[in-house]
Design a protein around this ligand. Structure first.
Ligand SMILES: [Fe+2]
Length: 288
């Protein structure tokens, strides 16, 4: 998609933007020490993020790229599903460059640079985790190949919708909200947890959260809602385990096991569907 990437104009950040970053970052530090996965803590050290200013992506990438080949690339808004996964396959992370207002430090529904750079990017310094993200890109291409063979248009779209829903659920319950065992108990590696002051502690300590060893079968059929703390979280043993699970998801896709996952959230938009279909000449659809 032309125009997906943009420039991060540093001059446009205001003093209150930098103050929002500082406020978010400084209060997270003790919580990360207590509840974050060791690979995340190592990532925070490796990236040397400035606690006082919104980070420049070029500074972040100077430390990140030599470690795993990943880079953060500024985007101007929502990136449709295929394009997002395809970027991961190329080791490019679509990164939001706006930051929430000082009056909304607790929660915003959409990603901002604190969620993307302080929540996601430190994990991209870990080789096994980075390789896992690349494998999501492979899955997206497999999905394109699978549905391109379906002649009936209605069936093609229904299958694709189900496959994207399965991938989105898997991504949500791992990359966004995953927990992992460690020598010191459960620790968070999901960026939705790592960028939330309240939910990070809640995810590990609350009695109201159900924490289950991950099963692909459960995750792909499990709906989720984005606007409150998650009542159900899944635990992986290691990033090698997570990497293998993405491979298992790709195998299941090829076997047709993602063709009819349970209905419900997330909603898959026309834009998301089109992003997959437009990869195949002859199947291209145009957005209304
Ligand atoms: Fe995210």
């Amino acid at each position: 998609m032309a125009g997906m990437f943009t420039e991060q104009s540093f001059k446009r950040y205001t003093p209150s933007d930098h103050l929002a970053w500082h406020s978010l970052y400084s209060r997270m530090l003790p919580r990360w020490d207590r509840y974050a996965n060791p690979a995340f803590l190592q990532g925070i050290r490796s990236l040397r993020l400035d606690p006082d200013h919104v980070p420049r992506l070029e500074d972040v990438n100077r430390f990140l790229e030599p470690l795993t080949g990943f880079c953060a690339r500024a985007v101007s808004g929502y990136v449709p599903a295929f394009l997002f996964f395809d970027c991961l396959g190329r080791r490019e992370f679509p990164t939001t460059i706006t930051i929430r207002g000082l009056d909304r430090l607790e929660y915003i529904p959409e990603p901002d640079i604190f969620h993307d750079v302080a929540g996601h990017v430190p994990m991209h310094t870990d080789r096994a985790f980075a390789d896992t993200l690349v494998r999501f890109g492979d899955c997206a291409h497999t999905a394109v190949d699978m549905v391109a063979r379906i002649r009936d248009e209605q069936e093609r779209i229904e299958r694709l919708r189900s496959i994207i829903r399965a991938m989105a659920r898997f991504f949500w319950f791992t990359i966004e909200f995953g927990l992992m065992r460690s020598a010191h108990g459960l620790r968070a590696y999901g960026s939705g947890l790592l960028s939330s002051y309240g939910e990070l502690k809640y995810s590990i300590e609350s009695r109201d959260v159900q924490r289950c060893p991950i099963r692909l079968q459960w995750v792909i059929h499990q709906a989720f809602e984005i606007d409150h703390y998650q009542p159900l979280l899944f635990i992986v043993d290691s990033f090698d385990h997570l990497y293998d699970l993405v491979g298992q998801m790709e195998t299941w896709m090829r076997e047709g096991k993602l063709n009819n996952v349970a209905p419900g959230e997330p909603h898959i938009s026309e834009e998301d569907l089109a992003s997959f279909l437009n990869c195949t000449p002859g199947l291209a659809v145009y957005m209304k």
